[in-house]
Design a protein around this ligand. Structure first.
Ligand SMILES: NC(=O)c1ccc[n+]([C@@H]2O[C@H](COP(=O)([O-])OP(=O)(O)OC[C@H]3O[C@@H](n4cnc5c(N)ncnc54)[C@H](O)[C@@H]3O)[C@@H](O)[C@H]2O)c1
Ligand SMILES: *[C@@H]1O[C@H](CO)[C@@H](O)[C@H](O)[C@H]1NC(C)=O
Length: 478
């Protein structure tokens, strides 16, 4: 997606996400304790010692409240991370750091989270292991599954590709709705096996990945580690179970690469990727074919088209542009770029539809003398079917934020982005009634509502008349 990295970084510095509420509370209480300590010591020097003791004890108490995992033996599923993930993921953390963050759910939390709470059509709900659950799409899918009564357990390594505190905030939201998110890596095969053995998962929704097309120029190995090795790790774990779960995973519209037939249909060429990201997703589709063929795994690949919305990804253009507009920083657009922007709620409906129609894994090879049916291998576009000029997307943001963007329009470099995307979704419509319903105007309005609330932005304050500037800009961008 077209945006200028420096502008994004600058914008990122301009706006700091608010600390999570529990931290605020804790800080407030710590301040109160400190204040009461001061008062006491001023009243009498004899009380100084007691006050200090009181303050210390209070702090210890607050600390143990906040980080119970330091004292109690909360369940730790994690075995040591594989060499791949610890070598190449920039954000993988030492185990001591992991304990300090203290968000590992207990084993009973995990089991409760995995258990469906509803009975659909007299039968049991499904139980889904969601990888990348602290991510944008994963968080939304987890909430939607839980809301309709399915069992959901999340897995995420909370890496620092973008703000881990945003990922933690999503995970807190999930926890408040009864979804446990385990802090772990998909390359940790032992962890995956233990999870799949311990809880009765019927499905794996595999969304964990290294996303973003231009970051691959800086850290190519992260893409190999999560999108290739990590996918193999997930499929291995699923294939080896006596009761194999059905797997639904995120591929990407980027596999169409330099395809110039429009709209993009699932049977179009996907052998000309324009980025390493696209190449790893294409590799994933080939790997999925092999695991379906050998092990009889039910596998569904979903090619998402530029998903956006509340709780979105700060590295994506619409989000980075919103930050830059608010911070008064310049943004860089690629001339003529068009995207089939797809609202998150539409994508979530598509993911749930794919899960509900996945069909069972059959196990591989020959069982008891005869082959047991053929497991499904499916691929679907999940897009919006109406591409929009990126410049028009910026126009909508300007209107919603009440402030003009400082735009630079440049020719698209050939370092990952493709000129346009446009989904044909008739296959998903046929098989699970997928029908995107959200316009970019409506979807961006929902995004901006969340954005100003989350970052505590006062739109009235940032709105200012920039007539002279905007005239200069329209000349520059024409
Ligand atoms: N958002 C889009 O527009 C879009 C478009 C096409 C495809 N996709 C794909 O959809 C999926 C979800 O995307 P998203 O936008 O929610 O991205 P995201 O980055 O917000 O979510 C991915 C999550 O996976 C986690 N993760 C990454 N590597 C991991 C690892 N090795 N082990 C455990 N967790 C790991 C990250 O911490 C992150 O929270 C990804 O597979 C992505 O490639 C997204
Ligand atoms: C969309 O894809 C379907 C197959 O799923 C195909 O029959 C149809 O012709 C495609 N539509 C367009 C406009 O290309």
């Amino acid at each position: 997606m077209p945006h200028h990295c420096n502008a994004v970084d600058a914008a990122a510095k301009g706006i700091k996400p608010p600390p999570p509420p529990q931290h605020q509370q804790q800080l407030l209480m710590v301040r109160r304790v400190a204040a009461s300590g001061k008062l006491l010591s001023a009243a009498s020097s004899h009380l100084l010692f007691r006050a200090t003791l009181l303050a210390t004890l209070s702090l210890v108490f607050l600390f143990t409240l906040h980080y119970p995992s330091l004292l109690s033996h909360s369940f730790h599923l994690s075995s040591s991370p594989s060499s791949i993930s610890s070598n190449t993921l920039p954000a993988s953390r030492s185990s001591s750091h992991r304990i300090l963050l203290g968000s590992s759910p207990s084993w009973s939390d995990v089991l409760r989270s995995a258990t469906p709470t509803r009975r659909r059509d007299g039968g049991a709900g499904i139980s889904v292991l969601v990888t990348g659950a602290a991510g944008f799409v994963g968080a939304h899918c987890s909430l939607a599954l839980r809301a309709r009564g399915d069992g959901v357990v999340g897995l995420d390594n909370f890496n620092a590709y973008y703000s881990p505190s945003l990922k933690r905030a999503r995970a807190s939201l999930l926890a408040s709705r009864g979804v446990a998110v385990i802090d772990g890596d998909i390359n940790d095969g032992a962890l995956l096996s233990r999870l799949l053995d311990a809880a009765p998962f019927t499905h794996v929704l595999h969304l964990a990945a290294q996303a973003g097309v231009r970051h691959a120029l800086r850290d190519p190995q992260a893409y190999v580690a999560s999108n290739v090795a990590g996918l193999v790790s997930v499929l291995e774990a699923a294939a080896r179970r006596p009761h194999q779960p059905a797997v639904v995973w995120a591929s990407s519209s980027s596999v169409y690469g330099l395809n110039d037939k429009s709209p993009f249909s699932e049977d179009h060429r996907t052998d000309r990727p324009a980025s390493l990201y696209a190449a790893t997703k294409k590799a994933g589709e080939a790997i999925a074919h092999a695991y379906n063929h050998i092990y009889g795994l039910s596998i569904t690949g979903l090619r998402f088209f530029t998903v956006y919305g509340p709780w979105g990804r700060p590295d994506m253009a619409y989000f980075a542009f919103a930050r830059s507009i608010v911070a008064g920083e310049p943004i860089t657009l690629f001339r003529g770029a068009r995207r089939d922007f797809t609202y998150i709620d539409d994508v979530v409906r598509g993911c749930l539809g794919a899960l509900d129609t996945a069909g069972e894994s059959t196990g591989g090879g020959v069982r008891g003398g005869k082959k047991r049916g053929v497991a499904p291998l499916r691929i679907y576009n999940l897009g919006n079917t109406s591409p929009v000029d990126v410049a028009r997307m910026v126009g909508i943001l300007e209107k919603l934020l009440g402030r003009k963007a400082n735009k630079r329009v440049v020719t698209m470099p050939s370092n990952g982005d493709v000129p346009f995307t446009h989904a044909n979704v008739s296959r998903a419509a046929r098989d699970f009634g997928y029908r995107p319903t959200t316009s970019l105007d409506a979807g961006l309005r929902h995004f901006v509502e969340w954005f100003v609330d989350y970052y505590k932005i006062d739109l009235a304050k940032i709105a200012k008349p920039t007539k002279r500037k905007s005239m200069a800009m329209s000349t520059a961008s024409s």
